[in-house]
Ligand binder design. Structure first.
Ligand SMILES: C[S@@+](CC[C@H](N)C(=O)[O-])C[C@H]1O[C@@H](n2cnc3c(N)ncnc32)[C@H](O)[C@@H]1O
Length: 261
């Protein structure tokens, strides 16, 4: 399979990988990352706090809500622990479909496909903007739609800058799911000046990004029941000791989890 990585142009997945200490990035990504971190120095701390939130939210969905099927859109490059590792530790039979639209994530998808023998992980190369295609894809239809499915949109919705489009995407995804299904979100907050500057720096490098107020984030969950503690800076959502140690000033993402009744 020939994949055009377009290495001369910065990509969000590779910038993220670089800032998390990964190796799957190119000079253009590192130059963009340096400029973005200059505008937003706490971004690497925020990204780690977001990654820890992803793990806590995934554990909650599996252990507390009992969900066994996961659709993780904007999965990103493999970073330990990946979502399937967290939920298959709760139940090895859990099934996960990862989705991303970045060619380099596709290249590295094999590292996401390390399922337990009892469960499954699959990868779908698709664009969140085409939510209808995602929900109808054979990889996704292989899930049992009569049972709850958790959708995670972690650190991806900031790249959907049109509010009506973000709502349409979420409505399209959630409409097909059974009661008891859930949605987990994190996205860039408008309540942190460095987050606002960081989003401007992404936008200036050809990756449009939008910060959202807590009210705008809460509105993304319309029609669903937000679980406690509602929309929070990600390190404040059901924190573990590591999250409690993080300073509000360094966290640029807010999010939450909601359930479909
Ligand atoms: C900042 S990373 C977040 C990765 C992971 N969810 C996490 O929180 O660690 C954003 C990911 O979303 C992907 N992405 C951005 N826009 C997308 C779109 N329209 N459709 C699918 N994936 C997208 C990027 O390729 C990247 O891998």
């Amino acid at each position: 399979m020939a994949v055009d990585l377009n290495t001369a142009v910065p990509h969000s997945a590779r910038i993220y990988d670089y800032l998390l200490g990964g190796k799957d990035n190119f000079a253009a990504d590192r130059a963009a990352a340096a400029a973005i971190v200059k505008a937003s120095p706490s971004l690497p701390i925020s990204m780690r706090a977001n990654r820890n939130y992803l793990a806590r939210a995934a554990h909650y969905l599996a252990a507390d809500l009992g969900i066994r099927q996961f659709l993780d859109i904007g999965a990103g490059l493999p970073t330990s622990p990946n979502l399937h590792e967290v939920v298959q530790r709760v139940d090895p039979t859990a099934k996960i479909v990862y989705v991303d639209n970045d060619p380099i994530v596709l290249v590295h998808a094999r590292a996401l496909l390390t399922s337990t023998p009892e469960g499954s992980t699959t990868y779908l190369d698709a664009d969140l903007l085409d939510a209808d295609k995602i929900i109808k894809a054979s990889e996704v239809r292989a899930l049992d739609f009569s049972r709850p499915i958790a959708i995670s949109l972690i650190a991806v919705l900031q790249f959907v800058t049109d509010e009506a489009e973000a709502h349409r995407i979420i409505d399209t995804l959630m409409a097909r799911l059974a009661p008891g299904s859930a949605l987990a979100i994190s996205t860039v907050t408008a309540h942190n000046e460095q987050a606002v500057q960081g989003a401007k720096a992404y936008t200036a490098r050809g990756i449009p990004a939008k910060p959202r107020t807590d009210d705008e984030v809460a509105a993304l969950f319309r029609g669903l029941d937000l679980v406690e503690p509602g929309v929070q800076l990600v390190h404040r959502w059901r924190p573990d000791p590591a999250a409690t140690a993080v300073d509000d000033l360094h966290v640029q993402m807010s999010g939450g989890v909601a359930v479909k009744r």
